[in-house]
Design a protein around this ligand. Structure first.
Ligand code: FNR
Length: 399
């Protein structure tokens, strides 16, 4: 089906699942253990009710907002969360996602393990387009330092996102299962950017050339890591020994960009993040799409915990959330709870897999229209008017 006929994000997932290779699908779909966190990320949004006000003029509606204490205007309150290896879905890759972002004024967080270089991804940026670059600190710190030097030099990159929730990969059995079917010997770590050893010198990682048709598995065998699950391969070389002070001090030496910490899942850690403002400008509450620790809480639970135990955190750092966002109503609920922006991990990969750059544009078009419809029916014109009075989260708070 044509992406123009796709009506919602679940349908986009369905279309993409039939177009991308089985190995790519296993990697994108997979989450840890029993997929409990992945599932809960999604269902938690259904437990929160909206409280529409009637007899309100809803002719006007504006989804625009600003990130990082008002510094960066964006056209929509959702952003592309960092996700590795977009070219497994479609040759347009992360640069294709960037073109779609340009059209909608969406911010894009570029993965440490992207299948194109940061330079390639931002090459077509329009004025004002906002990118962040996500870092997995490598055991060999010099590799991460070299990457930081490169992104520091790119005007379009406005902040660095340090991901904390996956010092080791979760046990992702779909990914493992698919790797066993392929059954060849594991790839050299240098064949992917995440292994780190070629990330500063090789413009196109060996894994990048993924065709987007379902019969392409054999052909892809040439281009993809074989015998090892994609996720595990990408984590080779990632540091597992990071702690607060030494890591943030090291980061301050190598970038003056604002820092966003991603993967916070408790109010205690959110409080520690706030203690590091303003070097840390924002925090992404996230359980990594359920791909790290299974049964870790959805971001909305963590946000409710923060509201209960240390609401002052929301004053000191900007809070973003991700995981399970599939509808405009989800976006609105997260904002009403106090998130400034909402990340999409898998969804842009579905758009890309379903129809390349056009598929991602269609995805954003759907989500933006749904967000507008929700705001209008709530009786809200601007996203900064959203607040607790627009939701009833009692069913979640009870847990
Ligand atoms: C991710 N995620 C991720 N996060 C990160 O910080 N660096 C990365 O390289 C990746 N890679 C990655 C690959 C794939 C295929 C997925 C699905 C996810 C996690 C991502 O940023 C985000 O936290 C979740 O995907 C959000 O959940 P949803 O939107 O996928 O439900």
């Amino acid at each position: 089906p044509d992406v123009e006929d796709v009506l919602n994000l679940d349908e986009m997932e369905e279309v993409a699942s039939k177009k991308v290779s089985r190995k790519a699908w296993a990697y994108y779909f997979s989450a840890s253990d029993d997929l409990a966190s992945k599932t809960f990320n999604n269902t938690v949004y259904r437990q929160i009710l909206l409280r529409p006000r009637v007899f309100v003029d809803c002719t006007r509606c504006n989804t625009a907002t600003a990130l990082l204490q008002g510094r960066h205007r964006v056209g929509v309150p959702f952003f592309v969360a960092p996700a590795a290896m977009a070219r497994l879905a479609h040759p347009d890759g992360e640069a294709g996602i960037a073109r779609a972002c340009a059209r909608f004024g969406a911010a894009q967080l570029i993965s440490n393990n992207a299948s194109q270089t940061p330079e390639q991804i931002v090459a077509g940026a329009v004025p004002g387009q906002v990118f962040g670059w996500q870092l997995y600190v490598q055991n060999d710190r010099r590799k991460s330092e070299a990457m930081l030097a490169r992104v520091n030099a790119l005007d379009a990159v406005k902040f660095v996102v340090l991901t904390l929730d996956a010092p080791v990969p979760g046990k992702r059995e779909h990914d493992e299962r698919e790797a066993r079917k392929v059954g060849a010997k594991p790839p050299a770590p240098s064949s992917v950017q995440g292994g780190g050893s070629t990330s500063t010198t090789t413009p196109e990682p060996a894994t990048a050339a993924a065709p987007s048709n379902p019969d392409a598995d054999a052909q892809q065998g040439r281009a993809e890591p074989q015998g090892a699950a994609v996720g595990k391969t990408l984590f080779a070389g990632t540091a597992a020994d990071l702690t607060w002070e030494p890591t943030l001090a090291w980061l301050a030496e190598h970038t003056s960009l604002p820092i966003v910490l991603k993967g916070v899942q408790t109010h205690e850690d959110a409080y520690l993040v706030a203690c590091h403002a303003p070097q840390v400008a924002a925090v992404v509450l996230s359980n990594h799409g359920g791909r790290a620790l299974d049964t870790a809480p959805p971001a909305l639970h963590t946000l409710l915990e923060i509201r209960k135990f240390c609401p002052e955190v929301l004053e000191r750092v900007e809070v973003w959330v991700d995981g399970g966002v599939r509808r405009g109503t989800d976006v609105v609920k997260a904002l009403a709870l106090g998130a400034k922006a909402v990340g999409l991990g898998r969804a842009p990969l579905w758009g890309l897999g379903a129809g390349g750059t056009k598929g991602v544009e269609r995805l954003f078009e759907i989500l933006k229209a749904e967000t507008e419809t929700c705001m209008r029916l709530l009786g809200v014109e601007r996203v900064d008017q959203l607040g607790l009075k627009h939701i009833n989260a009692r069913a979640v708070e009870r847990d």
